[in-house]
Design a protein around this ligand. Structure first.
Ligand code: NAP
Ligand code: HSE
Length: 430
């Protein structure tokens, strides 16, 4: 029987998962490929550490990437080491040496996708990256191939498990952000440095990848407007619930008549929206397209085995393409350059929580600030009186971001406004 040799760059959470999935499902994979998949070498930094922990495969470990990249026997390089540098150089060199590449690396694809796909095309190899978005969820292939004949209007996604876990817990336990983050770190759900997750950067990278495919136009991390969840309080969560809503960190990509919107921010959505039921560390991608209508993809967005499921699926496809001399068939699908709508031009509804003086005429002057900036108010509720101060929650009709920001600036200058508690965008019909 043929054996196709692969080399792994990295043997951490995902790399080990890949090894286990390949071992556990070996017989099934042989049937799917008509060939065995043989792990030939594994790149790590600290070879001795890995040799001690994995004595049965100790001779596979190397700290020289070019033992894999320059090995003529290796057909497929599986990049699960992460980071942009030096990983990008290794992947480029591997493709230039005629190897197909499977990667789980959202940072590298979101930042250097264009150069990677140019090399992939020139070299006639495969470059697959299913696990870079949504872990186990087969969303890249769905957008790139299954929906290739449709036109995607909108992607609304929960693609960061850490923040979804935190927001779900805050909602369930009426807990504060800081307290929930600490608990998530203690339980291993959040990293010691949670910045990339909680500030929305991780979701923004994944959104850049999804929207590049969905809208056939290269969108990078820098193009995405990003706002994280660190300002969300349990009070906002409680008020959202009173409107029959929940707060989620949404990654939104929309095709509008004025351009493409790409944004990541906390959003209040109706509790009837399919994404409202996505809790804990789970991810989900809601897609609206012309012909298919509404679709939703749901699953585990991280973890060794779930992520490895997507990586190994790509390896099997790359092996099949290698054996059938059919590599490079599916490359970059960014064949046009769409106009990206600046954030200040987007139109959505807003929730604004204010602390104001509790005396006659205050609501009129607050409402005036909205009116002067052409922002129409849908509802105003005075929530709590605390001595001389009252908490007021305002929900607007759809308004331009620029007008809303001008309203907030004006509110800050009003003597009756003590504090702007929070401003959260609202999507959907309540
Ligand atoms: P990880 O646990 O930190 O493992 C990284 C591995 O790569 C380690 O074996 C490390 O070796 C090796 N490595 C890193 N830099 C290296 C270098 N310069 N030279 C040689 N070896 C190097 O990472 P991970 O969680 O498996 O993530 C891997 C990739 O998958 C990342 O791109 C990540 O974004 C993506 N991903 C991860 C998940 C997840 O749930 N973890 C989900 C989806 C996608 P040493 O231990 O010797 O340093
Ligand atoms: N840190 C990511 C998350 C998982 O919390 O979803 C890896 O992409």
């Amino acid at each position: 029987m043929d054996a196709v040799k692969i080399g792994l760059l990295g043997f951490g959470t995902v790399g080990r998962g890949v090894y286990r999935v390949l071992e556990n499902h070996r017989r099934k994979i042989i049937k799917s490929c008509g060939a065995d998949i043989h792990m030939e070498k594994v790149l790590v930094r600290d070879v001795e550490k890995y040799r001690n922990v994995f004595p049965n495969i100790s001779d596979l470990f190397t700290n020289d990437p070019y033992q894999i990249i320059n090995d003529p026997e290796i057909a497929i390089v599986v990049e699960v080491m992460g980071g942009v540098r030096p990983t990008f150089d290794y992947v480029i060199d591997a493709m230039k040496n005629g190897k197909s590449v499977v990667t789980a690396n959202k940072d590298m694809i979101a930042e250097r996708g264009e150069e990677l796909f140019e090399t992939q095309r020139n070299c006639g190899v495969d470059l697959f990256f299913e696990a870079s978005v949504g872990g186990a969820i087969p969303i890249v292939k769905a957008l790139k191939e299954s929906l290739a004949g449709d036109e995607i209007r909108e992607i609304v996604a929960i693609i960061n498990g850490t923040t979804n876990y935190i927001l779900s817990k805050m909602s369930l336990c009426s807990a504060d952000y800081e307290e929930t983050l600490r608990e998530a770190q203690q339980n291993g759900y959040a990293e010691a440095d949670p910045t990339s997750d909680v500030e929305g950067y991780d979701a923004a990278r994944k959104l850049a990848i999804l929207t590049s495919i969905a809208f056939n136009s290269r969108i990078t991390f820098k193009d995405v407007y990003v706002e994280g969840i660190s300002k969300i309080t349990k009070i906002d969560i409680r008020y959202a619930r009173e409107f029959n809503g929940v707060i989620k960190l949404l990654a939104i990509g929309k095709r509008t008549e004025r351009g493409i919107e790409v944004r990541v921010h906390p959003t209040i959505i109706p509790s009837s929206h399919p994404l409202a039921a996505v809790n804990d560390v789970f991810n989900a991608v809601f897609v609206r397209s012309n012909a298919a209508g509404e679709l939703m993809f749901y699953g585990r967005g991280a973890g060794g085995l779930p992520t490895a499921s997507a990586v190994v699926g790509n390896i099997v496809e790359a092996v099949n393409n290698f054996l059938h001399r059919d590599r490079g068939r599916i490359g970059c699908t960014c064949y046009k350059r769409e106009f990206l709508l600046p954030m200040e031009e987007i139109v959505t509804k807003y929730y604004i929580r204010l602390l104001v003086d509790d005396k006659p005429g205050v609501l009129a002057s607050v409402a005036g600030a909205f009116g002067r900036n052409s922002v129409s108010i849908e509802s105003v509720i005075q929530k709590r009186s605390m001595g001389e101060v009252a908490e007021v929650v305002i929900v607007t009709h759809p308004a331009k971001e620029k007008d809303l920001q001008n309203t907030v600036s004006l509110l800050k200058t009003l003597p009756v406004v003590r504090q702007i508690g929070n401003v959260i965008r609202v999507e959907g019909e309540f």
